[in-house]
Ligand binder design. Structure first.
Ligand SMILES: Nc1nc2c(ncn2[C@@H]2O[C@H](COP(=O)(O)OP(=O)(O)OP(=O)(O)O)[C@@H](O)[C@H]2O)c(=O)[nH]1
Ligand SMILES: [Mg+2]
Ligand SMILES: [Zn+2]
Length: 369
């Protein structure tokens, strides 16, 4: 009896400090949160819906809450993985996100469509599993593109080759991948059968957040189910993809693993847009950057300039021609998107005012405009 009394006492004490123990957050976020005294909770966005967000709250409870008007007026949209400040006033029934705590490891992509700009896919990532599969999906050039995007995010990439059970020669795929991966670890697994899964555990210590990205049908949700040791995410036979071209996972979602790591399942994408990944290209093509140190011109684009050491390396067989082509293509695309993003930003500014709608007009009138 006494024991149970003690433990309920402890639970109560935990209540008041619980907001300081949001799993996965860092010092910077914790510090930013200390500015909030009063009826505020720190939480983490696990899923985003049309107008509301699922937020994991300190007691392990998940609440569906909206974002405050002030936050929306600032154009701040919480993303999955974000640590947020929730105003919680049970008396008045108010519960809403009022702030987004500082982000790190943010995965973005160039927004589709004419607007440009970049979209935050997921925030506060330590690691990103770039998932591909033996068979039709496996493509070195696509992996380079993913590497560029992930390197630009600040999170650490890991290449996961799934469906190892489908091929006799996993080693060859791994070897081919390692050749372009630089320092990025490459792991071959079979998510469905569980083969090689334990090799992922060094990347999943308690408190880390990992996002899974990759084409539709490579087995991201299957891997999450295996890691969760229960089937939470719906998966579907690959043959259905070809016939209907639909994706199984449609909502981005964060899950807590039994070991204390958190994983984010993403809907498969056809081709990831580079967005502002120019910075990530340097790291992805570190071998080219090394050769480039000997180019005659400092701003050499390694595209036919005289005295280009990169071209010389390719001619000498030290660098594959296909990889050089891939580099050029991605560089051009990144440059193009950077331009597009500039235009997009201006448009976004205008759009933002449209969103604010009447409120903005009122505000402008007040300002005497
Ligand atoms: N042979 C084999 N099949 C697998 C493996 N992992 C997943 N699959 C199958 O691949 C199909 C697609 O798996 P999903 O997990 O739904 O793929 P996904 O990447 O989540 O797809 P989206 O949600 O559309 O992005 C399913 O039929 C899985 O059973 C594996 O290791 N080996
Ligand atoms: Mg899925
Ligand atoms: Zn050059």
């Amino acid at each position: 009896m006494e024991n149970s009394h003690e433990s309920s006492d402890r639970t109560e004490r935990t209540d008041t400090t619980a907001s300081l123990h949001t799993p996965g957050w860092n010092k910077e976020q914790e510090e930013a949160f200390t500015r909030y005294t009063g009826p505020y909770l720190a939480g983490r966005v696990t899923s985003r819906h049309k107008t509301a967000f699922d937020v994991l709250l300190p007691q392990g409870e998940t609440g569906r809450v909206g974002a405050s008007g002030a936050l929306r007026r600032l154009g701040k949209i919480p993303a999955v993985g974000d640590f947020v400040v929730v105003l919680d006033q049970p008396d008045s029934g108010t519960r809403m996100i009022v702030d987004i705590l500082p982000r790190h490891g943010t995965l973005s992509r160039g927004a589709p469509g004419e607007g440009g700009g970049s979209q935050v896919i997921a925030a506060n990532l330590d690691t990103v599993f770039i998932v591909t599969a033996a068979g039709g999906d496996f493509n070195i050039r696509r992996l380079e593109r993913y590497l560029a995007v992930v390197h630009a995010s600040g999170a650490r990439p890991v290449i996961v080759i799934n469906k190892a059970d489908l091929t006799e020669d996993t080693d060859a795929l791994v070897e081919e991948t390692v050749a372009i991966a630089g320092d990025t670890p490459v792991v071959a697994i079979s998510a469905r059968e569980g083969g090689g899964i334990e090799e992922l555990s060094p990347f999943l210590p308690a408190g880390t957040t990992v996002a899974l990205v990759g084409s539709s049908g490579v087995g991201k949700s299957t891997l999450i189910n295996t890691l969760l040791t229960t089937s939470v995410q719906e998966t579907r036979d690959v043959r259905d993809y070809d016939e209907r071209g639909r994706h199984t996972t449609t909502v981005r979602q964060l899950f807590s693993l039994p070991g204390g790591a958190m994983v984010i399942d993403n809907p498969g994408v056809r081709e990831i847009q580079l967005g502002n990944a120019a910075a990530g290209l340097e790291e992805t093509f570190a071998d080219i950057a090394e050769f480039a140190a000997d180019c005659r011109y400092r701003d050499c684009r390694h595209d036919g300039e005289p005295g280009c050491a990169v071209q010389e390396a390719a001619d000498a067989g030290l660098l594959s021609e296909a990889r050089l082509l891939s580099y050029r293509r991605l560089m051009k695309e990144a440059g193009f998107q950077a331009e597009k993003n500039d235009i997009g930003l201006k448009r976004l500014e205008k759009k933002k005012y449209k969103w604010i709608g009447k409120a903005a007009k009122d505000l402008n009138r007040e300002k005497g405009r």
